[in-house]
Design a protein around this ligand. Structure first.
Ligand SMILES: [Zn+2]
Length: 278
C-alpha cells in the first residue's frame, strides 16, 4: 500500500472514531463558535471533500470560520462550498516548501494579487515567519496590500517577529496565531495596550488551563480584562485535527463556560464578527 492510501485510511479511521466519540460524549453545542483558525489543506481534500468539511463545522455549531490552506486553492474551494460560513484568508504559500521561502520571494506580490482577484479574501494568513525574517521587502509589500484593501494579518510568529510586524502595521488588524504559544501574559498585556489593533487568537495557546482543565486565575483575569481582543480557533493544521474537531471544540467550550457569559460571547463569536462584518 502506498503512503498516500494508507494515510487516507488513517484519516477515515480517525473521522469514524471522532464521530462515534462525539455522539457518546454529550457536549453542550447550543451556542455557536465563530472560529479564527481553520485550515483546509491538500492532505484532506480527497478524504474530506468540501461539503463534508462544511458539515463537520456545522456539526460543531461553528457558524463562521477564517479558512486558509496550503496551497491557497483550498480556502477558495471551501469558500465556494459555503460562503456564509467561510471567511477566506489568503495564505501566501505556493506549496508546502514555499512556506520556508515566501517572505523572501520577489514574486510574492504578483502571487497575492492574482489570488486576491479570485474570491473576496479578508486577510493574509495564517503565515509563518520568525524573527528578523519578518523584516523583508516582500513582507512589506504584503502589509501595504493589506493596508490598501483593509485586510487583516494572521501571523504565526515569535515575539521578535511580532514586534517587527506590529511596528510595520500598527494601523492594520493583526491576529496573533496561538497568542505566541508561550509568550508571557504580562508581555501580551503590554502589546495589547500599545497596539489597539492587535488581537490574540487562542488555538493551541499554552498555559491557559490547569490539569483539571480549569482556566488559571491569571488567564481568567486576562481574558476578562481584554475580552474584546481574543478569538478562539480549532487549527485543523493536519488531518487528525479535523478528526479531533469534536474534542477540540468541546475543550474550547469547556473553558469558555468558565467565563462570565458576556465575556464568553465576545471571545467565541462577537469579536470575530466585529473584525469581519458580513
Ligand atoms: Zn499556526
Amino acid at each position: 500500500m502506498n503512503t498516500y492510501s494508507s494515510m487516507k485510511r488513517l484519516v477515515l479511521f480517525f473521522i469514524l472514531i471522532a464521530t462515534v466519540c462525539s455522539t457518546a460524549i454529550a457536549v453542550d453545542t447550543s451556542y455557536s463558535i465563530h472560529d479564527g483558525h481553520i485550515h483546509y489543506d491538500q492532505d484532506v481534500w480527497e478524504t474530506l471533500p468540501p461539503a463534508d468539511a462544511i458539515s463537520m463545522l456545522k456539526q460543531q455549531n461553528i457558524k463562521r470560520a477564517l479558512v486558509s490552506a496550503t496551497p491557497a486553492e483550498g480556502a477558495e474551494m471551501l469558500y465556494r462550498a459555503d460562503p456564509e460560513i467561510v471567511i477566506p484568508m489568503l495564505r501566501p504559500y505556493k506549496s508546502w516548501r514555499h512556506r520556508y521561502l515566501w517572505f523572501n520571494d520577489p514574486d510574492l506580490e504578483t502571487f497575492l494579487l492574482e489570488h486576491l482577484a479570485r474570491v473576496p479574501y479578508r486577510g493574509f494568513g495564517e503565515f509563518h515567519v520568525f524573527g528578523e525574517d519578518a523584516d523583508s521587502i516582500p513582507m512589506e509589500e504584503m502589509i501595504e496590500l493589506a493596508r490598501q484593501r483593509k485586510l487583516a494579518l494572521h501571523p504565526h510568529t515569535n515575539l521578535e517577529g511580532m514586534r517587527i510586524i506590529l511596528e510595520k502595521s500598527p494601523d492594520i488588524n493583526v491576529l496573533w496565531a496561538h497568542g505566541g504559544f508561550n509568550v508571557p501574559v504580562a508581555t501580551l498585556r503590554e502589546l495589547l495596550d500599545t497596539y489597539p489593533k492587535l488581537y490574540i487568537e487562542l488555538s493551541l495557546r499554552e498555559g491557559m488551563l490547569d490539569d483539571e482543565q480549569r482556566l488559571t486565575p491569571e488567564w481568567k483575569q486576562f481574558l476578562v480584562d481584554y475580552r474584546t481582543r481574543f478569538l478562539v480557533g480549532m487549527d485543523t493544521y493536519k488531518p487528525s485535527r479535523w478528526a479531533d474537531l469534536p474534542e477540540i471544540a468541546a475543550e474550547t467550550r469547556g473553558w469558555l463556560a468558565q467565563l462570565p457569559e458576556g465575556v464568553a460571547a465576545d471571545i467565541s463569536r462577537n469579536n470575530l464578527d466585529r473584525l469581519f462584518p458580513r
